[in-house]
Ligand binder design. Structure first.
Ligand code: HEC
Ligand code: HEC
Length: 315
């Protein structure tokens, strides 16, 4: 306790001795450790000056222009904006190129269609899936569906069966301008017996098997062969692919009250006009056209005259 050196090694101690022999050395910590400690103390000061360090209600130490935002003027918001700009610059090149391209030209360009597909997928989920189902599978599965689903009445898009045509241009036109097929209500034009006969013929996929089909004017819209006309989106009645309820009762209802006919019991089927609503930009609509085309329905577009002649004309 007297000279602050322990008897054994002569090392400097704190001067406290226990049990006659146990003492505290006063060795310095290792150099590397001291250097680290000093360096971090200096870093604290530098960091405090450069970055917003004292949290305040607004943003960082003090809001911009007032007090001490740090000499580096760093903020998380700025960093985000800078990162965003890098991304926008990257996308900008693609977006600019897209602007000058027709949907068909985008399709023909591998890189551009990949880019269009990636954004098209997101756009579809946000704008179209509510009515057409994720990936265009439709919200109405099979011929039977609950009454409450009838308000949407949006067709399945991931097949090669098109009401208005499956070329890239007709699909683009549909999205840009909207569609609203119209079939008049026949409740005042046909007797119950006639509706029954027509519905049975249609249910079998043989609408032309009854002379009523021509006599009562169905041909005017569905064509002499009953296969429909893409120009007006009238359904193909020979393929047994049902746009609406395909049960006998369902078909009777369609014939009786029509589609978008204004009758209170009519089937309502309105594809919104996405240009007029200002909901989508021209490039967004092009991306969607490519995305929808690539569902597989694009096959109808293939320049194969034989296949085209055999393909179902509508729906
Ligand atoms: C409010 C529901 C609704 C929304 C939202 C909607 N659609 Fe439609 N869509 C319909 C209906 C209903 C039809 C059928 C119109 C008809 O029968 O005349 C249709 C038809 C179509 C067709 C034509 C199908 C064919 O067989 O020719 C395409 C393509 C299409 N929609 C794509 C889209 C895309 C892409 C979006 C998103 C930008 C979208 N739709 C959003 C309801 C909707
Ligand atoms: C003014 C034109 C027009 C006339 C006339 C017309 N239809 Fe239609 N019909 C349509 C259109 C358009 C659609 C498809 C509507 C849609 O999908 O938006 C349709 C759809 C249908 C459907 C539903 C098919 C399905 O897939 O669910 C049936 C059934 C049908 N028509 C039967 C008839 C019969 C039978 C007649 C004659 C009594 C007739 N239509 C007369 C325009 C017409």
């Amino acid at each position: 306790m007297s000279d602050n050196h322990n008897s054994a090694g002569g090392m400097p101690t704190t001067g406290h001795v226990w049990d006659d022999d146990l003492a505290d050395f006063t060795n310095q910590p290792p150099k590397w450790w001291m250097l680290g400690l000093t360096a971090s103390a200096i870093w604290v000061v530098v960091y405090f000056v450069m970055y917003p360090a004292i949290p305040m209600a607004m943003n960082g130490t003090f809001f911009e222009g007032v007090g001490l935002p740090g000499s580096g003027k760093w903020t998380a918001i700025k960093e985000l904006a800078e990162d965003q700009k890098v991304l926008d610059d990257y996308r900008g090149k693609w977006e600019d190129k897209l602007k000058g391209m027709t949907p068909a030209a985008i399709l023909a360009d591998d890189d551009m269609s990949k880019y269009a597909l990636a954004s098209g997928k997101v756009l579809f989920s946000d704008n179209c899936a509510a009515c057409h189902g994720q990936n265009g599978v439709g919200t109405i599965q099979g011929a039977k569906f609950a009454k409450h689903e009838q308000g949407l009445m949006a067709p399945i898009l991931n097949d090669d069966d098109w009401l208005y045509g499956g070329t890239i241009d007709t699909i683009h036109e549909t999205i840009a301008n909207g569609r609203q097929g119209m079939m008049v209500a026949h409740k005042d034009m046909l007797s119950a017996q006639e509706i029954d006969t027509l519905a049975n013929a249609v249910a079998k996929g043989e609408p032309t098997s009854t002379p009523l089909f021509t006599e009562k004017g169905c041909v005017a819209c569905h064509g002499a062969d009953g296969k429909g006309m893409q120009a007006m989106g009238s359904a193909n009645l020979t393929d047994k692919i049902w746009r609406f309820d395909g049960s006998l009762e369902g078909i009777k209802q369609t014939i009786t009250y029509g589609v978008n006919s204004g009758d209170p019991k009519t089937r309502v089927a309105v594809m919104p006009n996405f240009t007029a609503a200002g909901k989508l930009s021209a490039t967004e609509i092009k991306k969607l056209a490519v995305y929808v085309y690539k569902f597989g329905g694009g096959k109808a577009d293939a320049p194969a005259p034989v296949a085209a002649a055999a393909a179902p004309a509508t729906k």
